[in-house]
Design a protein around this ligand. Structure first.
Ligand code: ADE
Length: 225
Protein backbone atom coordinates (compact mmCIF):
# COMPACT_ATOMS: atom_id res chain seq x y z
CA UNK A 1 0.00 0.00 0.00
CA UNK A 2 1.03 3.57 -0.65
CA UNK A 3 -0.36 6.61 1.20
CA UNK A 4 0.36 10.12 -0.09
CA UNK A 5 -0.44 12.87 2.39
CA UNK A 6 -0.82 16.46 1.17
CA UNK A 7 -0.30 19.14 3.81
CA UNK A 8 1.03 22.66 4.29
CA UNK A 9 2.68 21.49 7.55
CA UNK A 10 4.77 18.45 6.53
CA UNK A 11 7.06 18.59 9.58
CA UNK A 12 4.05 17.99 11.80
CA UNK A 13 3.76 14.49 10.35
CA UNK A 14 7.44 13.50 10.42
CA UNK A 15 7.76 12.23 13.96
CA UNK A 16 4.45 10.44 13.89
CA UNK A 17 5.56 8.17 11.06
CA UNK A 18 9.12 7.79 12.39
CA UNK A 19 8.28 5.65 15.42
CA UNK A 20 7.02 2.31 16.59
CA UNK A 21 4.59 0.30 14.47
CA UNK A 22 4.31 2.89 11.70
CA UNK A 23 8.07 3.06 11.29
CA UNK A 24 8.37 -0.74 11.28
CA UNK A 25 5.56 -1.01 8.74
CA UNK A 26 7.45 1.26 6.36
CA UNK A 27 10.83 -0.36 6.97
CA UNK A 28 9.27 -3.79 6.43
CA UNK A 29 7.88 -2.66 3.06
CA UNK A 30 4.23 -3.07 4.05
CA UNK A 31 3.41 0.57 3.37
CA UNK A 32 5.04 3.57 1.75
CA UNK A 33 4.02 6.91 3.27
CA UNK A 34 4.97 9.97 1.25
CA UNK A 35 4.31 13.44 2.66
CA UNK A 36 3.95 16.33 0.19
CA UNK A 37 4.41 19.97 1.11
CA UNK A 38 1.57 21.84 -0.59
CA UNK A 39 3.78 24.91 -0.79
CA UNK A 40 6.00 23.08 -3.29
CA UNK A 41 3.05 23.24 -5.69
CA UNK A 42 2.47 27.00 -5.50
CA UNK A 43 3.32 29.26 -8.41
CA UNK A 44 4.06 32.52 -6.55
CA UNK A 45 7.23 33.47 -4.72
CA UNK A 46 5.47 33.77 -1.36
CA UNK A 47 4.37 30.13 -1.65
CA UNK A 48 0.85 31.01 -0.57
CA UNK A 49 -1.69 28.25 -0.26
CA UNK A 50 -4.65 30.29 1.03
CA UNK A 51 -6.60 33.45 0.26
CA UNK A 52 -9.56 35.49 1.52
CA UNK A 53 -13.05 34.04 1.16
CA UNK A 54 -15.17 35.41 -1.65
CA UNK A 55 -18.16 37.20 -0.13
CA UNK A 56 -16.15 38.19 2.94
CA UNK A 57 -16.17 36.74 6.43
CA UNK A 58 -13.50 35.65 8.86
CA UNK A 59 -10.93 33.01 7.96
CA UNK A 60 -8.81 32.05 5.00
CA UNK A 61 -9.64 29.43 2.42
CA UNK A 62 -7.19 26.97 0.86
CA UNK A 63 -6.83 27.67 -2.85
CA UNK A 64 -7.57 25.12 -5.53
CA UNK A 65 -4.51 25.59 -7.79
CA UNK A 66 -1.72 24.14 -5.58
CA UNK A 67 -3.99 21.27 -4.52
CA UNK A 68 -4.97 20.53 -8.14
CA UNK A 69 -1.32 20.62 -9.24
CA UNK A 70 -0.26 18.27 -6.46
CA UNK A 71 -3.08 15.75 -6.93
CA UNK A 72 -2.68 15.74 -10.70
CA UNK A 73 1.06 15.16 -10.51
CA UNK A 74 0.46 12.17 -8.23
CA UNK A 75 -2.30 10.80 -10.43
CA UNK A 76 -0.01 11.06 -13.46
CA UNK A 77 2.26 8.46 -11.83
CA UNK A 78 -0.30 5.92 -10.58
CA UNK A 79 -4.00 5.28 -10.17
CA UNK A 80 -5.46 6.13 -6.75
CA UNK A 81 -8.34 4.24 -5.20
CA UNK A 82 -9.47 7.20 -3.11
CA UNK A 83 -8.65 10.87 -2.69
CA UNK A 84 -9.64 11.51 0.90
CA UNK A 85 -10.22 14.92 2.47
CA UNK A 86 -9.98 15.13 6.26
CA UNK A 87 -12.75 17.45 7.44
CA UNK A 88 -15.07 17.73 10.44
CA UNK A 89 -18.10 17.64 8.11
CA UNK A 90 -17.06 14.34 6.52
CA UNK A 91 -18.41 10.86 7.28
CA UNK A 92 -17.44 9.82 10.80
CA UNK A 93 -14.55 7.33 10.79
CA UNK A 94 -15.29 3.85 12.13
CA UNK A 95 -13.67 0.43 12.01
CA UNK A 96 -15.72 -0.64 8.98
CA UNK A 97 -14.37 2.22 6.85
CA UNK A 98 -10.87 1.56 8.16
CA UNK A 99 -11.08 -2.14 7.25
CA UNK A 100 -12.29 -1.27 3.75
CA UNK A 101 -9.54 1.28 3.18
CA UNK A 102 -6.87 -1.17 4.39
CA UNK A 103 -7.70 -3.32 1.32
CA UNK A 104 -6.87 -0.51 -1.11
CA UNK A 105 -3.60 -0.07 -3.00
CA UNK A 106 -3.02 3.71 -3.26
CA UNK A 107 -4.58 6.48 -1.21
CA UNK A 108 -4.22 10.26 -1.19
CA UNK A 109 -5.08 12.08 2.02
CA UNK A 110 -5.54 15.85 1.87
CA UNK A 111 -5.25 17.80 5.13
CA UNK A 112 -7.43 20.89 5.42
CA UNK A 113 -6.55 24.10 7.25
CA UNK A 114 -7.99 27.50 8.04
CA UNK A 115 -11.65 27.59 6.95
CA UNK A 116 -11.11 24.57 4.74
CA UNK A 117 -10.58 24.12 1.02
CA UNK A 118 -12.27 25.88 -1.88
CA UNK A 119 -15.47 23.89 -2.48
CA UNK A 120 -14.39 23.11 -6.05
CA UNK A 121 -11.56 20.94 -4.68
CA UNK A 122 -14.20 18.74 -3.10
CA UNK A 123 -16.31 18.65 -6.24
CA UNK A 124 -13.48 17.96 -8.67
CA UNK A 125 -10.93 15.84 -6.84
CA UNK A 126 -12.20 14.36 -3.57
CA UNK A 127 -13.78 10.91 -3.58
CA UNK A 128 -14.24 10.51 0.18
CA UNK A 129 -14.52 12.96 3.10
CA UNK A 130 -13.68 11.70 6.57
CA UNK A 131 -14.09 13.19 10.04
CA UNK A 132 -12.44 11.62 13.09
CA UNK A 133 -15.07 12.98 15.47
CA UNK A 134 -17.49 15.77 16.26
CA UNK A 135 -14.91 18.37 17.26
CA UNK A 136 -12.78 20.78 15.26
CA UNK A 137 -8.99 20.44 15.10
CA UNK A 138 -6.68 23.23 13.97
CA UNK A 139 -5.88 21.23 10.86
CA UNK A 140 -6.38 17.88 9.20
CA UNK A 141 -2.87 16.60 9.98
CA UNK A 142 -3.72 14.89 13.26
CA UNK A 143 -6.80 13.42 11.63
CA UNK A 144 -4.65 12.12 8.73
CA UNK A 145 -2.31 10.49 11.28
CA UNK A 146 -5.25 8.86 13.05
CA UNK A 147 -6.64 7.50 9.79
CA UNK A 148 -3.24 6.27 8.55
CA UNK A 149 -2.47 4.55 11.85
CA UNK A 150 -5.85 2.82 11.93
CA UNK A 151 -5.32 1.55 8.36
CA UNK A 152 -1.65 0.58 8.53
CA UNK A 153 -1.95 -1.59 11.64
CA UNK A 154 -4.47 -3.73 9.74
CA UNK A 155 -2.11 -4.55 6.86
CA UNK A 156 -1.20 -8.26 7.04
CA UNK A 157 2.20 -8.71 8.67
CA UNK A 158 2.40 -5.28 10.29
CA UNK A 159 1.42 -6.45 13.77
CA UNK A 160 3.60 -9.24 15.14
CA UNK A 161 0.64 -11.36 16.13
CA UNK A 162 -1.69 -11.14 13.14
CA UNK A 163 -4.69 -12.15 15.16
CA UNK A 164 -4.32 -9.20 17.49
CA UNK A 165 -5.88 -6.72 15.05
CA UNK A 166 -8.80 -9.10 14.58
CA UNK A 167 -9.49 -9.10 18.31
CA UNK A 168 -9.41 -5.31 18.63
CA UNK A 169 -12.37 -3.38 19.92
CA UNK A 170 -14.95 -2.66 17.19
CA UNK A 171 -14.13 -5.71 15.06
CA UNK A 172 -17.43 -7.66 15.21
CA UNK A 173 -19.06 -4.48 16.57
CA UNK A 174 -17.91 -5.40 20.08
CA UNK A 175 -15.57 -3.64 22.47
CA UNK A 176 -12.53 -5.69 23.52
CA UNK A 177 -12.73 -7.72 26.76
CA UNK A 178 -10.51 -6.86 29.77
CA UNK A 179 -6.92 -8.15 29.67
CA UNK A 180 -4.48 -8.93 32.49
CA UNK A 181 -0.78 -9.70 32.88
CA UNK A 182 1.54 -10.59 35.77
CA UNK A 183 1.31 -10.45 38.72
CA UNK A 184 -1.81 -12.59 39.10
CA UNK A 185 -2.44 -10.81 42.39
CA UNK A 186 -1.81 -7.11 43.09
CA UNK A 187 -2.48 -5.82 46.62
CA UNK A 188 -5.22 -8.40 47.10
CA UNK A 189 -6.78 -7.89 43.65
CA UNK A 190 -6.76 -11.23 41.87
CA UNK A 191 -7.32 -11.78 38.19
CA UNK A 192 -10.35 -13.91 37.21
CA UNK A 193 -9.57 -17.60 37.96
CA UNK A 194 -10.75 -18.72 34.53
CA UNK A 195 -7.68 -17.09 32.92
CA UNK A 196 -5.40 -19.41 34.91
CA UNK A 197 -7.43 -22.54 34.15
CA UNK A 198 -5.63 -23.35 30.90
CA UNK A 199 -9.02 -24.23 29.36
CA UNK A 200 -8.87 -22.42 26.02
CA UNK A 201 -12.51 -22.88 24.95
CA UNK A 202 -13.80 -21.70 28.32
CA UNK A 203 -11.46 -18.70 28.24
CA UNK A 204 -12.69 -17.77 24.74
CA UNK A 205 -16.28 -18.04 25.97
CA UNK A 206 -15.52 -15.88 29.02
CA UNK A 207 -13.86 -13.24 26.82
CA UNK A 208 -16.84 -13.16 24.50
CA UNK A 209 -19.25 -12.72 27.42
CA UNK A 210 -17.08 -9.94 28.84
CA UNK A 211 -16.91 -8.19 25.45
CA UNK A 212 -20.70 -8.38 25.15
CA UNK A 213 -21.23 -7.10 28.69
CA UNK A 214 -18.78 -4.25 28.24
CA UNK A 215 -20.41 -3.26 24.95
CA UNK A 216 -23.89 -3.45 26.48
CA UNK A 217 -22.83 -1.10 29.30
CA UNK A 218 -20.56 1.34 27.45
CA UNK A 219 -21.69 1.34 23.82
CA UNK A 220 -25.16 -0.20 23.46
CA UNK A 221 -25.47 1.62 20.12
CA UNK A 222 -22.92 -0.81 18.63
CA UNK A 223 -25.19 -3.78 19.34
CA UNK A 224 -28.04 -2.18 17.38
CA UNK A 225 -26.00 -1.45 14.27
N1 ADE B 1 -9.98 18.77 10.50
C1 ADE B 1 -10.37 19.55 11.54
N2 ADE B 1 -11.13 18.87 12.38
C2 ADE B 1 -11.24 17.59 11.89
C3 ADE B 1 -11.93 16.44 12.31
N3 ADE B 1 -12.66 16.40 13.43
N4 ADE B 1 -11.83 15.33 11.55
C4 ADE B 1 -11.11 15.35 10.39
N5 ADE B 1 -10.45 16.41 9.96
C5 ADE B 1 -10.51 17.54 10.68
Amino acid sequence: MRIDIITCLPRLLDSFFAHSILQRAQQGGYVEVVVHDLRDYTADKHRRVDDYAFGGGAGMVMQIEPIARCIRSLQADRAYDEVIYMTPDGERLNQRTTNTLSLRQNLIILCGHYKGVDERVRELFITKEISIGDYVLSGGELAACVLSDAIIRLLPGVLNDETSALTDSFQDNLLAPPVYTRPAEFEGHRIPDILLSGHEAKIDEWRHEQALERTRIRRPDLLDS
